[in-house]
Ligand binder design. Sequence first.
Ligand SMILES: [Zn+2]
Length: 284
Amino acid sequence: MLGDYKITVLTDGTTPVPFGDLLHGAPRETLANAFREAGETLDRETSVNSFLIDTGERRILVEAGAGRLFGDCCGRLPATLMAAGYAPESVDAVLLTHVHGDHSGGLTVDGRRVFPNADIYLAKRELDYWVSDRARARAKPSHQKMFEEGRAALAPYRAAGRIRTFTAPFTLFPGIRAIAAPGHTPGHSFYEVESRGHRMQVVGDIIHAAEVQLPKPHVTIDYDADEALAAKTRAAALADLASTHELVAAPHISFPGLGHVVRSGAGYTWMAIPYSADVRQVGE
Ligand SMILES: [Zn+2]
């Protein structure tokens, strides 16, 4: 429980990521050492997490998983949602931090809406970017497929008039606010959830590899549309999260991806919150 809101973290699956090829800003040896110190290899599996916020009045899903885009590793969100007691039809809103395939792919399977009664919320800048042929022409070669995937994921919701855009900062629902966090994508957004003084921030894709990107926030990843801006946004966000010490919800930190960002030397480290088998109030 976060105040009056019940938060359920849902796994969409886990997938190996070739971090050695994708991370930029530190020598491969430095990266390998950082992962080794954490007991991991450079191609360790990465979680794909979604967050369901049940406000009592609404069921709001943040991130929709990969659907079929990544193969059998992922696309488990509808099943894990059902296991948590929520039918996909009962979801009222899906909030996207951004439109990459592992966040939006699960919206649509075979051209059909997986969440037929939900409005999809994303930043206007984000939608504008992914539907722009000019933006696509300027994007990295490695990002071209993302445009196809993103457009296909959003298409049936656009046709049904179910897309809602905002310009951050923007309050979407009572206690749920979008914050601009550009760089990873142009309209990349955080979602801050607050109830009865308890706060949680869903930070999207500012952290792919906590092993290196917390101690060295300047380390970027090829998935970033604007790597310099992504690094700047990460540095500012980590400083903010370490000072507020609020709960952080991270789509790609190992499931359930809930914890705190803590200062450590010149950088930061991740402290996962203790797991409890009972439904408990956060921080109590
Ligand atoms: Zn992403």
